[in-house]
Design a binder for this molecule. Structure first.
Ligand code: SDX
Length: 428
């Protein structure tokens, strides 16, 4: 591997150090480029720009591989629990049995919300999108834990991390219950993480609600598949907010708002809406593939394409089989799964998708499983956020602990008016 890179600008040649990766792309360190050359780089969407060194998640977009702290997500989804993976992402190692028991207990003991927080839910219209409630409640949570805001105090960081992971399912289920006019169901300490969330979502005070272990296990695996994904839009937002030393709650809340967009985590809701439209339209997915290829039509095949994966998104592979298994285990059919499989087949044989290396991504099948598990469509991105939370926390923590971290402040290439004299209103 070369030990330096050269940049030639006119007659001047400058050399730049290489930042070596353990696997994947190495980096050209241009930290003093502007000072040394007067130039900045331009990279819309940062497709070629690393914002940091990270040891958390490795994605091989060409090979379609995804590993959390070096472990393949297929292994983790099949063999680990979500809290085990959360511990791995945040601490860097899989927990021992004692460490996992301690961690589980810490999370369980913090699932209740402060009773004063319940008033926050009443401030929202009944039809409020739960992502708006989730990010507001997460930011509001910071006001209840002001003594845990210091990003350089490991104890305070750990306390914030436990509270966020413990309370997010409670916030999510309260938002859902409010939207359907049902009473809040409080967390139960005798249930595991995913079972407790399902119970808070679907139980009623009027009768016992038995959590189906198949559903709980499926939800746990789904959360694992969403747990981290390198420097994606929402994680980059969490890092950017945290780089100003904003507290963890505030930084995570900003990431939730970025995730809400239909090009990012909001895509899982958009996929189901798209598949339902195709079903309404008589199942003619060829028409939608044609629309997606039409440059004059803003319609995109939701759940297809990815900035990094130029091969299958390995999560989509796992989720496709998973969807079939969950539906079978629950004795359910879902016509949308057949439409999705047909749409995928047509797209993968179409030159437009082949040339642009557009494959199904994590959002293409996840919605079908969330639906089969009984979740309403508008809760899908909330589920993505609950899954991604340990990743956001791990990335935020890595950023705060990195001695090279500086406040995020990109430059620009200015193309506006240069220097104009003010014209008084009377003369305009
Ligand atoms: C997630 O980054 C992450 O890691 C995100 C994520 C995570 O875990 O955090 O993996 C989660 O957000 C998955 C992506 C969910 N979004 C969608 O499914 C929305 C539909 N997909 C696209 O909008 C798009 O593919 C993106 C946003 C995912 C990626 O956008 P890029 O990398 O900026 O690609 P692009 O928009 O420049 O597209 C390149 C070409 C364009 O055509 P040309 O101009 O070259 O002719 O591909 C076309 C695009 O028009 N294209 C699509 C398409 N996606 C890209 N055409 C039709 N349908 C699509 N879905």
């Amino acid at each position: 591997m070369p030990d330096k890179a050269e940049i030639t600008i006119g007659d001047s040649v400058t050399q730049w150090p290489i930042d070596e990766a353990t696997i994947g792309n190495h980096g050209i360190d241009i930290s003093t480029l502007r000072a040394d050359t007067g130039f900045v780089t331009l990279d819309y969407g940062f497709g070629n720009t690393a914002s940091c060194e990270s040891a958390i998640t490795y994605i091989d977009g060409e090979a379609g591989a995804l590993r959390y702290r070096g472990y393949g997500i297929e292994d983790l989804a099949r063999n680990a629990s979500f809290l085990e993976v959360a511990y791995l992402l945040i601490n860097g190692e899989l927990p021992t049995s004692d460490q996992l028991t301690k961690y589980r207990n810490e999370i369980t003991m913090h699932t209740l919300l402060n009773e004063e927080m319940k008033r926050l839910f009443d401030a929202f219209p009944r039809a409020a999108h739960p992502m708006g409630i989730l990010s507001a409640a997460t930011s509001a949570m910071s006001t209840f834990y002001e003594n845990y805001h210091n990003p350089s105090d490991p104890e305070q960081v750990s306390e914030s991390s436990i509270r966020l992971i413990a309370k997010l399912p409670t916030v999510a289920s309260f938002a859902y219950k409010k939207s359907i006019g049902q009473p809040y169901i409080y967390p139960r300490n005798d249930l595991d993480y995913s079972s407790n969330f399902l119970h808070m979502m679907f139980a009623l005070p009027t009768h016992e609600y038995e959590v189906d272990p198949v559903v709980a296990r499926a939800l746990d695996a789904l959360l694992i598949l969403h747990a981290d994904h390198g420097q994606n839009c929402s994680t980059a937002t969490v890092r950017m907010a945290g780089s100003s030393e904003a507290n963890m709650f505030a930084s995570v809340s900003s990431g939730m708002n970025a995730l809400w967009g239909p090009l990012h985590g909001g895509a899982n809701q958009a996929v189901i809406e798209m598949l339902a439209n195709i079903k309404e339209d008589g199942g003619d997915y060829q028409k939608y593939v044609a629309e997606a290829k039409d440059k004059n039509d803003p319609f995109r095949l939701m759940g297809f394409g990815h900035r990094v994966y130029k091969n299958f998104d390995p999560r989509a592979n796992v989720l496709k089989d998973f969807a079939k298994d969950v539906l079978e285990a629950m004795g359910r059919q879902d016509e949308l799964l057949d439409i999705a499989a047909g749409l995928e087949q047509v797209a993968l044989e179409d030159d437009y998708f082949i040339e642009r290396k557009l494959f199904p991504n994590v959002d293409f099948y996840s919605g079908i499983i969330f639906r089969a598990l009984g979740f309403p469509v508008r809760m899908f991105t909330v589920l993505f956020a609950i899954g991604r939370l340990p990743g956001w926390i791990a990335q935020w923590k890595e950023m705060t602990e990195d001695p090279r971290t500086r406040i995020g402040r990109p430059r620009q290439v200015y193309v506006g008016a240069v220097d104009r004299n003010f014209v008084p209103l009377a003369d305009r």
